[in-house]
Design a binder for this molecule. Structure first.
Ligand SMILES: [Zn+2]
Length: 511
């Protein structure tokens, strides 16, 4: 069995989960569920990044301790992931003592192996509290951080431990050149190659002035106890998680899923840290784009908001997951719009998959008392289904989630057309029982395929459809062969009562 250890970015604990977080987690969950369906031994890690200045500031503004704030925020994030059926195996929090000990151990290991990878330096520069980073001139637009135009950059001067990142420039170039898949998609890989072409600067590894974090394991030469810089605290979570009680994953991870804004931390600093500590490197990094609303990025600091609960409530969690993954490319930016959401819901789910399921099941009930007839799988719909399963697997293996969902839509259209062309009601009327059996059997196999292959996208509705078909086990535990060669002969289907009700029938839908 192949191990597949997948991670998402850990989220910064200074606000509520928003659409950008949801897109990343739902996408990673879709990949994790697909790998389980392919028979991999999957470990899916998520978590919270709970240290840093912004957390301390937000707690102070709230009049609570930083720990009380992050406990509350972690609870809100986890309940959102529960609502969205995000099937994480582990949820790490960087305030956990085991993680903090791991961070210190990793840094100590670098000191031991490469004693001058860390050195002391006084640094002055423009610091963005949004990024928790000093900004280079190329990242500053009109005197503001390009990612946080609403925040004011601060001139900061302090004596810190620095990590000699510049030493790893050639190592990183060789790594990226030898492993075309180490950074995907291509656009992000080119961005990092461009960064290496400019030459790497050493990076700060500790902070003099903030207390809410992991103590840096070595004081500076003037005897100051420092705090580990937030990225040296956050990035190691992927490794410390494997050492926590109950973790079944072993390092290295096969895939880190992150947003494109933190690609360079994951593709430059993280592999350099691991190399310095003598630890194995992850299989690769996938950097997705941003979900925008009217062209603007969702984030707390950019001030662009959309109520995540309202979006989930609109047509239910599965429709929301489906819409995000079907609408927004996994390798670039995309837009969220209520109009597109409703359009896709009606045409692809209510009138598409939902209608296909209800008319097919209704005909099996009406003409065959609910029993799926025993037939050979030689119809054109079976052939098209087999073809599309192959196309789906190719898309999902390449992490083209949008194409994966699109392929299933093609199968729904093919099945609806198959019904029109074969007119089962006419076959029943003329007494052509054998042909009617063939048509109904093909439709049942097609629905089985759809239930299985949509399950990474819509786990709840897929389970519902699977059960309507008469399955006696959960769709989450089926083998891949159920999609390539569905065997549903003799199953007893149930009466459908609307998988995807039309908007006017959705209780409490905002109009
Ligand atoms: Zn910034």
């Amino acid at each position: 069995m192949t191990s597949f250890f997948i991670t998402t970015a850990i989220d910064y604990a200074n606000g509520d989960p928003h659409l950008g977080h949801a897109f990343e987690k739902v996408g990673a969950d879709c990949i994790a569920r697909y790998r389980r369906l392919r028979g991999d031994d999957v470990w899916f890690l998520m978590g919270m990044d709970e240290h840093g200045q912004k957390v301390a500031q937000a707690a102070a503004a709230d009049g609570v301790t930083p720990q009380a704030l992050v406990d509350r925020v972690a609870g809100r994030f986890e309940s959102t992931w529960d609502r969205l059926s995000v099937s994480r195996d582990q949820f790490i929090r960087t305030t956990s003592p085991a993680h903090q000990a791991g961070v210190q151990e990793l840094i100590a290991q670098i000191f031991e192996r490469n004693p001058d990878d860390f050195y002391e330096r006084t640094y002055s520069g423009l610091y963005c509290v949004g990024c928790e980073a000093f900004k280079q001139p190329s990242e500053i637009v009109d005197g503001k951080c390009e990612l946080h135009p609403t925040l004011t950059l601060e001139m900061v001067s302090e004596r810190n431990w620095f990590f000699r990142l510049s030493r790893y420039q050639d190592f990183l170039r060789r790594l990226i050149e030898a492993n075309p898949d180490f950074i995907r998609p291509e656009s992000r890989r080119n961005e990092i190659i461009g960064l290496l072409d400019q030459g790497l600067e050493d990076v700060s590894a500790s902070r003099a002035r903030l207390g809410w974090g992991v103590p840096f394991p070595r004081p500076t030469s003037d005897g100051q106890q420092q705090t580990t810089y937030v990225w040296f605290d956050a990035l190691p979570n992927y490794w410390t998680a494997t050492r926590l009680p109950g973790a079944r994953a072993s390092w290295p991870a096969q895939l880190h899923v992150v947003g494109k804004d933190i690609t360079r931390f994951h593709c430059v600093i993280w592999p350099a840290m691991l190399e310095a500590a003598g630890l194995p490197l992850p299989g690769g990094v996938w950097a997705h784009g941003f979900v925008q609303l009217g062209g603007e990025r969702f984030s707390k600091s950019a001030g662009v908001r959309l109520d995540l609960d309202e979006a989930i409530d609109r047509f239910g969690p599965d429709a929301f997951r489906y819409y995000l993954l079907r609408e927004i490319p996994w390798d670039g930016d995309g837009n969220f719009s209520w109009e597109r959401f409703e359009e896709r819901y009606i045409s692809e789910l209510a009138d598409g998959l939902g209608n296909l399921a209800s008319r097919s099941l209704a005909m099996i009930l009406k003409y065959r008392e609910g029993v799926v007839p025993r037939t050979a799988s030689g119809t054109p719909l079976d052939a098209r289904g087999a073809e599309l399963v192959t196309a789906y697997a190719a898309a999902m293996d390449a992490l083209d989630l949008r194409r994966g969902a699109e392929v299933m839509g093609e199968l729904v259209s093919a099945a609806n057309l198959f019904i029109v062309q074969n007119a089962p009601w006419a076959l029943a009327k003329s007494g052509n029982e054998q042909q009617l059996d063939l048509v109904l059997g093909a439709l049942a196999r097609c629905l089985a395929r759809l239930a299985v292959l949509y399950s990474p996208f819509m786990p709840g509705k897929s389970a519902e459809l699977w059960s309507l078909l008469g399955a006696d086990s959960g769709v989450q535990s089926v083998a891949w062969e159920t999609a390539t060669a569905p065997a549903v002969d003799g199953w007893v289907v149930k009466k459908p009562d609307g998988l995807f009700p039309k908007p006017q029938n959705v209780p409490g839908a905002p109009k």
